[in-house]
Design a protein around this ligand. Structure first.
Ligand SMILES: NC(=O)c1ccc[n+]([C@@H]2O[C@H](COP(=O)([O-])OP(=O)(O)OC[C@H]3O[C@@H](n4cnc5c(N)ncnc54)[C@H](OP(=O)(O)O)[C@@H]3O)[C@@H](O)[C@H]2O)c1
Length: 261
């Protein structure tokens, strides 16, 4: 059987990719993966020193990268981010909505107004804001584009102590589907990637706790994810390899959502 795939299938040469929350964790890793696939990457986050460091690393290995200050919760700053990125790259092709926060290990009885607002603004409202502004530009330029929303398996699993993070990620999957439906006429595909558990600042509280070992045993593949486990699915959704995919969510979790609770 021929898969009709060659080294160009996931190629991003000539494409500009915006990555929010690229100063640490998954976004920091994604920037390198996308640049290695040929993209010009534009990294955004609040910690500009970390962004600049990552940009230097990518350039040192021959990639094209720019770093811009970005607070996804600041509407004016988001407009500036997109304008500056467009000025640097000419045209924008892919948006990776990766910036995200959690409120700590809290139940719905423990969170306060500020927890709710911070998590929902960062994990949901900002994605609408960025996607809308991005799509306005695509509609004007009339070229195909892709949005990848970083969701989470907490959208599918029902466990205690991840409120409102899990609720925001479940809503993000619905937002992905509706944006796919409404974005198709502008040539914008919208998909989501739902990782399981990967050790980063967002997951550290759980993965480095005394419950970690027990939790790990609940994953059918008996291990947490390595960043590289996300490379293939990310490149699929960002590139033309997924030209007929929109509204989909790809789960990358070692089988975790299939496991008994
Ligand atoms: N780690 C996991 O197991 C896991 C699993 C499923 C989904 N995810 C998702 O993956 C994404 C990345 O998280 P991570 O695990 O890599 O954690 P992380 O290392 O804490 O990364 C979060 C990123 O979001 C950025 N960010 C937060 N608030 C922001 C704001 N207002 N404006 C701009 N950037 C902001 C942070 O940058 P600054 O602080 O510099 O702004 C940081 O770069 C999140 O959406 C998370 O929900 C993670």
């Amino acid at each position: 059987m021929s898969l009709n795939a060659d080294s160009k299938t996931f190629d991003l040469s000539g494409k500009s990719v915006l990555i929010t929350g690229a100063s640490s964790g998954l976004g920091h890793h994604f920037a390198g993966v996308l640049a290695d696939a040929g993209a010009t990457v534009i990294l955004g986050a609040r910690r500009v020193d970390k962004i600049e460091q990552r940009v230097s690393e990518i350039k040192a290995r021959g990639g094209r990268a720019f770093g811009l200050a970005l607070d996804v919760n600041n509407a004016e700053n988001v407009v500036d981010f997109l304008e500056q990125a467009e000025a640097l790259c000419g045209r924008l092709d892919v948006l990776i909505n990766n910036a995200g926060v959690e409120a700590g290990a809290k139940t719905f009885m423990m969170i306060d107004e500020e927890d709710w607002d911070t998590v929902f603004n960062t994990n949901l409202k900002s994605i609408w804001r960025l996607s809308k502004l991005f799509t306005e530009r695509i509609a004007k330029n009339k070229h195909p584009a892709s949005i990848v929303n970083i969701a989470s398996i907490t959208a599918f699993r029902t466990i205690k102590g991840q409120f409102p993070y899990a609720v925001s990620k479940a809503a993000l999957i619905k937002a992905t589907e509706i944006m796919a439906l409404e974005g198709a006429k502008y040539g914008v595909r919208v998909n989501a990637l739902a990782p399981g558990y990967f050790l980063t600042d967002v997951s550290r509280v759980l993965l480095e706790s005394e419950m970690s070992e027990e939790f790990r045993k609940g994953i059918p593949m008996r291990r947490y994810g390595e960043f590289s486990d996300l490379d293939g699915p990310l490149l699929l959704l960002a590139s033309d390899a997924s030209a007929y995919m929109t509204g989909s969510t790809i789960v990358v979790d070692g089988g975790h959502i299939c496991a008994e609770l």
